[in-house]
Ligand binder design. Structure first.
Ligand code: BTN
Length: 238
């Protein structure tokens, strides 16, 4: 495993994707600045240079796993554990965000690439707001950072090394055996038992968020009917 650092790159996810053949399992790419940082649903991920954590990890060996869809949820739990050393009251918003008091502190973008009938490779991209205290006007009220929450400034390199170590350990453990992270996720699930607004096929709807099941699917109650939702089928709106 190695950590490859860039002052500037298009996107750490793209770097791992484009160079996967030359890289090893669990190699990590970090950047001080991304010129084309990406989020889910074709959104941009913008960050001031040398201020926040932008990291991606490459998984080339899925071991015996064929179903890896829960890897984003697992990563959310890992980030939650990591940030909880510095901050309390963090929630995991299904499927890929971490929030503090309804404000986003981190996001995950997982991408898979398949070649022929080989095992797919997985790239997990992680953006965590660390030292940035002010954000663009349109997102400032919905966005937070470690520094905004605690008033302290953090050593990014230390945090990168710390997160890299726990990511590799926990992902490897998950791939080896069925790591029971679902119980952890249930404990810190955002908006449990609350009415959520969500978007499904372009329509805005409301439901009560009940729980998540053992497969990591969301269980919601829409008009007194329980529905299961797979990753990515709905978008919870804050
Ligand atoms: C989201 O909230 O929609 C996911 C954001 C993921 C951002 C990270 S930053 C490092 C990696 N490189 C990218 O281009 N995106 C991810």
């Amino acid at each position: 495993m190695k950590i490859i650092k860039f002052k500037e790159i298009t996107s750490t996810n793209d770097y791992l994707k484009e160079n996967a053949d030359l890289l090893d399992n669990y190699d990590i790419c970090v950047a001080d600045y991304q010129t084309n940082g990406r989020g889910r649903m074709n959104r941009k991920w913008q960050s001031v240079a040398r201020t926040n954590l932008m990291m991606s990890i490459l998984i080339k060996d899925l071991k015996h796993r064929t179903n890896y869809t829960n890897i984003t949820l697992l990563t959310g739990c890992i980030i939650h554990k990591f940030l909880s050393k510095y901050l309390s009251n963090i929630k995991i918003k299904w499927p890929n965000d971490l929030l503090v008091n309804n404000q986003k502190i981190a996001g995950i973008l997982t991408e898979a690439q398949t070649k022929g009938n080989q095992q797919p490779i997985i790239i997990i991209g992680i953006g965590i707001n660390i030292n940035q205290k002010h954000f663009d006007q349109d997102i400032d009220q919905y966005t937070t950072s470690l520094a905004k929450e605690t008033g302290q400034i953090y050593d990014l390199d230390n945090l990168i090394n710390e997160l890299a170590t726990i990511l590799i350990t926990e992902i490897d453990h998950y791939l080896d055996e069925n790591n029971q992270f679902i119980d952890y996720l249930k404990q810190y699930l955002y908006a449990k038992n609350e009415t959520i607004t969500y978007e499904e096929e372009g329509k805005i709807k409301q439901a009560v968020l009940i729980d998540i099941d053992e497969d990591g699917d969301l269980i919601i109650n829409t008009n007194n009917q329980l529905n299961k939702v797979h990753t990515g089928e709905i978008k919870i709106i804050r």
